[in-house]
Design a protein around this ligand. Structure first.
Ligand code: ADP
Ligand code: MG
Length: 716
């Protein structure tokens, strides 16, 4: 059995009831099965095997035996907080126990404890507020070091037999309702129960060549390594495996491109029986109230040529925000439909997917093309019918979020995959949607440029079209910087625009009031509605809102019923409301350059003059100031991306590092370029020598691809 084939639900583990909050918390991060639990790797490890005295606190975490000197209390705000003074052989320090007054009874003055934690120099002393501990005197009946008791490791709480030191502990990304102790305990249980049945996924000859671990051993060691050395080996094994399969997929596309008779010839009969207008693209162009721009026309010509060729297309369409990429995607989709196939258009957010679906309904359905909208939120009966229609081919164009590649979604003949805002998706998600068709054409769209060298390694072979320029009649957006204290003037300016019939966005860095002294969307909506713009309709849009409610709000904003939209960066990608002419970004100093550029791109989408106000508070950093200046001076997204790169410095490739271009489980094609190269060479050599994967050593690869394709069912 391959790890991903372990489809038993998480609730099969002790301590997780079906329907419990833990099960839901895991499902929320895409972990529904024990197999996916095992493949959700720690984000870090804590080496508690080596002692690190207090005086060395700057070198990393402290792991030392300390004596408790005294307890003290102080007030942090209104709460009485415990402070404990400790010392080891090298230094004195203090432990600050926020919200943990009970520690008073656990750390007894005069006794010795093993402390593990992050320390820093603050208020003239070495301090930690994040630490674990246990009694230092290892009494009888204690469990041997290294032994792990599932579910018993609770920070700051001593339980019988609890072991917090003397071993390397995994640190998992947590979510609300999923505590570290629980995460560790569940993985440990899963390993104990399933390790013996887990099969290797890479050919034995390769494993031996690089001295990699078996899959079972690598999984055990990635979660609970016995030594840092073993952990390194496990990482190397898993990274190689991920990159190997990535390159197997890339290689299959590249080879398919070379073999002419790859694709089943177009079935012209079925085209006829569908009784569609044969030239759907021109039918759409005829209906548009405007002409394509030069850039759009060229892009469509490139795409048509690719899609008419017998080789699968792999094309990246770059064009600044507002350049009209969506329309190009629709024309490509029509091409796929003309050929009797289906197209899937994937967007990173439900908001954007819905907007595309609505536009498609308006533009494509009158041509007799059936469009469907699919997201994770569409449940039960409607969904079942929709999936049937996709499988039967009754739906021509499916538009949605990552739900488009859920395991239960089948396409009759997926010919084209369009990935909008492509930098928001990871490699695995892209591979997962491609796996739904037989080497479908791929069109990726983005306003964020990607370095070509990286593109080629990750995508195999990639062509690029660039839409230069914006549709005619667009005026450059006028950008103003404004101090927070001048916000009143900004509001008055916006009022004049509203009076003239336009609409406005107000964007904030936070949804709700938080600890930081920042304006937030919820309170500002209230304030703008009651104090500033009582005469206009105002609504709120943010990611924590119910999707249905958000949809109604966006619909009303698009139709003009709502004049002011108060939002967080949910409106950052793709939202298209041409009547909106004002974008007010408050605390602009808190946003990154690409977000600012995307946000500004929400206005200036019609022919009216548009404005962007970057309102900043006095507490900005030098970096923030530099970003705001770039926004003031430049409007071209490509230039802004370059400036972004300069500001961030080398090592942080803009639009790559922070984005999803290269997100795999553990591997990072940039950081692990050397392994990637080997994996690529190995995968390509194998495919060239044995395309059918028939050799005994390769059959394992064929089995993995058919039984547990590595890029299917990718959670987000
Ligand atoms: P982006 O490239 O940022 O995804 P969109 O596809 O959202 O841009 O297009 C921005 C706006 O420009 C939309 O309202 C769209 O209808 C309009 N548009 C697209 N192409 C043209 C064109 N050739 N002439 C005029 N308006 C256009
Ligand atoms: Mg777009």
């Amino acid at each position: 059995m391959f790890a991903r084939e372990i489809r038993d639900p998480i609730s099969a583990l002790a301590g997780v009831k079906a329907g419990s909050v833990v099960e839901k918390a895991l499902a929320h991060v895409g972990v529904a099965t024990i197999g996916s639990l095992l493949c959700r790797y720690p984000r870090d490890w804590e080496d508690r095997t080596r002692r690190a005295p207090l005086k060395d606190f700057r070198n990393g975490r402290v792991c030392s035996i300390v004596r408790i000197l005294a307890h003290d209390w102080f007030y942090a705000g209104k709460t009485r907080t415990l402070k404990i003074f400790v010392e080891d052989d090298t230094a004195r320090a203090c432990l600050v126990c926020y919200n943990r007054p009970f520690i008073k009874n656990q750390l007894v003055v005069g006794n010795d404890y093993l402390i593990y934690g992050d320390f820093e120099f603050k208020y003239g002393e070495i301090q930690s507020s994040s630490f674990d501990f246990e009694p230092a005197d290892t009494g009888a009946g204690r469990i041997a070091p290294g032994q792990i008791l599932p579910g018993q490791i609770l920070p700051g709480q001593i339980l019988p037999g609890q072991i917090l030191t003397g071993q390397i502990l995994p640190i998992y990304p947590l979510t609300k309702d999923l505590r570290m102790a629980k995460a560790r305990g569940l993985v440990k249980q899963a390993l104990d129960a399933y390790l013996s049945v887990i099969e290797d996924e890479i050919p034995q000859s390769i494993r031996e060549r690089y001295h990699l671990l078996t899959k079972a051993r690598a999984l055990k060691a990635i979660h609970f390594p016995e030594s840092m050395k073993e952990l390194e080996k496990a990482k190397k094994t898993i990274i190689y495996e991920e990159l190997f399969y990535l390159e197997v997929m890339v290689g299959k596309r590249a080879l398919a491109k070379r073999s002419v008779m790859r694709r089943t010839p177009v079935d012209t009969d079925s085209c006829m029986t569908r009784q569609k207008t044969p030239d759907l693209q021109n039918a759409l162009l005829d209906r548009l109230p405007f002409e394509l721009t030069e850039g759009q026309r060229e892009a469509v010509a490139d795409i048509n040529k690719d899609m008419d060729s017998p080789y699968p297309m792999a094309r990246l369409l770059q064009g600044d925000v507002g350049s009209g990429k969506t329309l190009v995607a629709f024309l490509a989709a029509l091409k796929a439909v003309e050929k009797g196939g289906q197209a899937a258009i994937m967007a990173p957010t439900e908001l954007l997917a819905r907007q595309h679906a609505e536009n498609a309904a308006k533009l494509l359905e009158p041509l007799g093309v059936n469009v469907a909208f699919l997201t994770g939120n569409i449940k039960s009966k409607g969904r079942k019918q929709l999936l049937q229609n996709l499988a039967s081919g009754a739906i021509d164009v499916a538009i949605g979020t990552h739900a488009l590649f859920s395991h239960d979604v089948y396409y009759r003949d997926l010919r084209l995959v369009v990935i909008d805002e492509q930098h928001r998706f990871g490699v695995m998600q892209r591979q997962a949607i491609l796996a739904k068709g037989d080497a479908p054409d791929l069109l990726m769209m983005s306003a964020t440029p990607i370095p070509r060298t990286l593109a080629i390694t990750v995508f195999g072979d990639l062509d690029v079209s660039v839409i230069k320029g914006l549709p005619p009649g667009r005026q450059p957006i006028v950008t103003h910087l404004a101090r927070e204290s001048n916000e009143g003037k900004v509001y008055e300016f916006v009022r004049a625009q509203l009076k003239a019939g336009a609409q406005a966005y107000f964007v904030y860095p936070l949804i709700e009031e938080g600890e930081l002294d920042l304006k937030d969307a919820v309170s500002m909506e209230e304030r703008l509605a009651t104090e500033v713009f009582p005469e206009y309709t105002i609504a709120l849009a943010h990611s924590k809102m119910d999707e249905g409610e958000k949809r109604l709000t966006m619909d009303a904003f698009r139709r003009g019923g709502i004049r002011i939209l108060v939002a967080t960066s949910v409106v950052e990608v793709g939202v298209d409301v041409p009547n909106a002419t004002c974008m007010v970004i408050e605390h602009a100093e808190r946003f990154g350059l690409s977000a600012l550029h995307q946000l500004r791109g929400r206005v200036g989408r019609g022919t009216a003059q548009s404005y962007c106000f970057l309102v900043y508070s006095d507490k900005y950093t030098e970096d923030a100031k530099a970003r705001l200046m770039v926004m003031l001076e430049h409007s071209d997204g490509f230039v802004i991306a370059e400036e972004d790169l300069k500001l961030r410095g080398p090592g942080q490739i803009s639009g790559v590092e922070q984005s999803g271009y290269i997100r795999l489980g553990l591997a990072d094609p940039v950081e692990h370029a050397a392994i990637l190269e080997k994996a690529r060479a190995d995968a390509f050599a194998m495919l060239e020598a044995d395309p059918g994967l028939l050799a005994s050593d390769h059959r394992r690869v064929a089995e993995v691809l058919s039984r547990a394709p590595p890029f299917n069912d990718v959670g987000v």
